[in-house]
Structure formats: C-alpha cells, structure tokens
Write a protein that binds this ligand. Structure first.
Ligand SMILES: C=C(O[C@@H]1C=C(C(=O)O)C=C[C@H]1O)C(=O)O
Length: 347
C-alpha cells in the first residue's frame, strides 16, 4: 500500500503555511508484474535496462552492472538465418535472460524453446496472426507500440495476448514516426504513463542508441529502458545511471526485506553522492569568488538559513538533525577548496 507522502504540511515552526510537494511519482506499483527469466518487470524495484551489445556486458559476457536482459531482433535476417542459431549466439556466455523479436511466425518454435520472452516489434504490432501465435507460446510477450498506433490500438494488442491465455504482457513505447538524429525517437511518454496507469502492466520505453531521454522516461514511471541491441557500453551505462539516480528521486519504493531496503538505500546514496560532488564543486566556486574564501570566510548565518530551508524538505529530520550533517558537508567542501587552492596548479 502507498503511504501518502507526496504532500507534506509544514510543521508549525515553518515560515508561513507553504505546502511542500514532492517530485515522487505516486503510482509506482504495477499490478501485473511480468518476469523475464529471473528478472522482474514492474515490481517495486529498480527499473531494468534491456539491450545493448554483448560488448556492453561485463567480463566474460556476464551481465555487468549495466544490463539486466539482452534482446535480439531477427528482423534483419528476413527469415534466411535459422532463429535457433541466432538465439544460441546471443545466449553464448550470457547467463541472464534473452528476449527475441521474430521476423515471422516461422521463428516462433525456436523462440519458445530458447528464449525467455518474445518481442512483438513496433513494425509488426498489428500483425494479428503473429501476435496471437506469439502469445500462444506461453512465454512473456513485450508489445511494442507501432509508430502510428493510438493508445487504444496498442492496448488492444495486449488484450489479444490475454485472449490467447497469456497474461504475461509488458508494453514498450517506441516513439512515433519522426526519427531523431543519433537514433533517438519521438517518444510519447504521456502515452507510456497512461498505458501503465490504465492496464497495471509494466511499461518499457525504447531509447534506441541515445540515452538522452533515459531520465525523462524514468521520471514518467517507466519500468525499464529498452536500448537497441547494438547500443554501446556508454549508452547502456548512461541508461543505468539514469535509472538509479533519477529513479532514486522519483520512485517511491516500498521494500519488504533487508536486501530490498539496502538496494533502495544504495540507489539513494548514488543520488546523494552525485549531488554532494556537485555541491562541493559549487561551494568551491563561491570560495574563489568571495573576497575572503575558505574557513576564514565562513558565513554561519548563511549556513543556518540553508539548513532551515532544507528542513522544510526533510521535516522528519528537522533542523537539529540536519545541522551536524550539513556542517560536515560544508566543512568537507571547504577542505577540498583549500586543498585545491594550495596546489601549485590551483587545483
Ligand atoms: C559557499 C559558501 O561558503 C561557505 C560554505 C557554505 C556552503 O558550503 O554552503 C556556506 C557558507 C560559508 O560558510 C558561501 O558563503 O556561500
């Protein structure tokens, strides 16, 4: 159950009666989580990263910290290469799940035997016979939205799968018809969000070879980011980082075990580290610009007022608990600035 935390009344000591509105997304939980192999989609966990070339994996082809699932498309083979061969190649040295997009129904038996899920490619979305046959495999189905499909048309494809007795359906927004330079797409994040809210199914967002909108997709509530099968290591890493850092800001996770709670804490710490590093840099800029910088130019009134402002967003911690934390943060920044100033190259 959600705890209602998105709107918090200021305690009485606050200035005025302003309301603090959180950026957290209030509807994180999907009701129909789907499992691709061992990897859950749409549960109260970190959004998954799907795709990227084998080169983006860790040593020995193991899933590095970056990818959770690989996927391949058989579309380019146009039925000339046996599906089983292509899937076996994708699986070689890869322990994690593999999703496969068929070129045609002829690929389906091999997919059923060797893959962890089947992708209905955007271009094939309204091939109802392929959709039905894919759903009948009994493995999870990822339904990509066709570039001109409306929300209703897209969701109808999920219903076709259910009608074939397969409820393990995830949706994937792939963008509309205008391609973007660099391989990105004109993503309809509003549609992705609505699809998720309406169906309770996990929704992935396809980014191609450009992770620029990864954070936006996560903020819109995506359960996973789907990259081009050949997306490089940097794109995979950028998608993973957005999932962690933006996810920590906007996802209201509700962990049930020590391991889950520690996982969420690790992601919040990743976001904190990113912000602390940026803060230290900015504090360093102020030291260089002030007439008297460093510890000698310390401004306790400014420090008190920034702690008070922070306490409005951290009412449970409050001023008294935040003050020593921020004192340590500020002093770390001042030490760094003084150390850099002392170096012959000025840092
Ligand atoms: C950055 C400044 O210098 C010092 C460091 C501060 C900080 O890290 O926020 C705040 C006040 C000063 O003691 C500043 O004056 O704004």
């Amino acid at each position: 159950m959600h705890r209602s935390r998105d709107v918090v009344d200021f305690p009485a000591w606050s200035v005025g009666k302003v309301r603090f509105v959180s950026v957290e997304t209030p509807d994180l939980r999907t009701t129909r989580a789907v499992r691709i192999g061992q990897v859950p989609l749409g549960q109260d966990v970190l959004p998954v990263v799907i795709g990227g070339s084998a080169a983006a994996a860790g040593p020995g082809g193991s899933p590095g910290p970056a990818q959770d699932i690989r996927w391949i498309t058989l579309r380019g083979h146009r039925g000339r290469r046996p599906a089983g061969e292509a899937i076996a190649e994708a699986r070689a040295g890869w322990a994690s799940p593999v999703l496969v997009e068929p070129f045609s129904a002829a690929d389906l038996p091999d997919i059923a035997e060797q893959a962890d899920g089947v992708v209905i490619g955007a271009a094939w979305m309204q091939d109802f016979r392929l959709v039905r046959a894919a759903a009948r495999l009994g493995i999870p189905v990822v339904v990509q939205r066709g570039p001109a499909a409306t929300l209703e048309e897209w969701l109808a494809i999920a219903d076709y799968c259910v009608a074939e007795g397969n409820d393990q359906v995830a949706l994937c927004e792939c963008g509309s018809r205008t391609p973007m330079p660099g391989g990105g797409t004109t993503l309809d994040l509003a549609m992705a969000r609505e699809a998720r809210a309406r169906t309770g199914r996990p929704v992935l967002v396809a980014l191609g070879r450009d992770a620029a909108l990864a954070g936006a997709a996560i903020a819109a509530g995506a359960d996973g980011l789907m990259l081009a099968p050949d997306a490089g290591r940097d794109v995979v890493a950028a998608a993973r980082e957005a999932a962690i850092v933006v996810g920590a800001m906007v996802r209201r996770e509700d962990p049930a075990t020590v391991a889950e709670a520690r996982g969420v804490i690790d992601r919040v710490d990743a976001a904190l580290a990113t912000l602390l590093e940026r803060r230290a840099e900015l504090a360093g800029v102020v030291q260089r610009l002030k007439p008297v910088g460093g510890f000698a130019g310390r401004d306790m009134e400014r420090e008190r007022s920034l702690v008070a402002a922070m306490a409005r967003r951290a009412p449970a911690l409050g001023t008294d608990r935040l003050a020593p934390v921020m004192n340590a943060v500020i002093e770390a920044g001042l030490h760094l600035a003084e150390e850099r100033r002392a170096r012959p190259d000025g840092g």
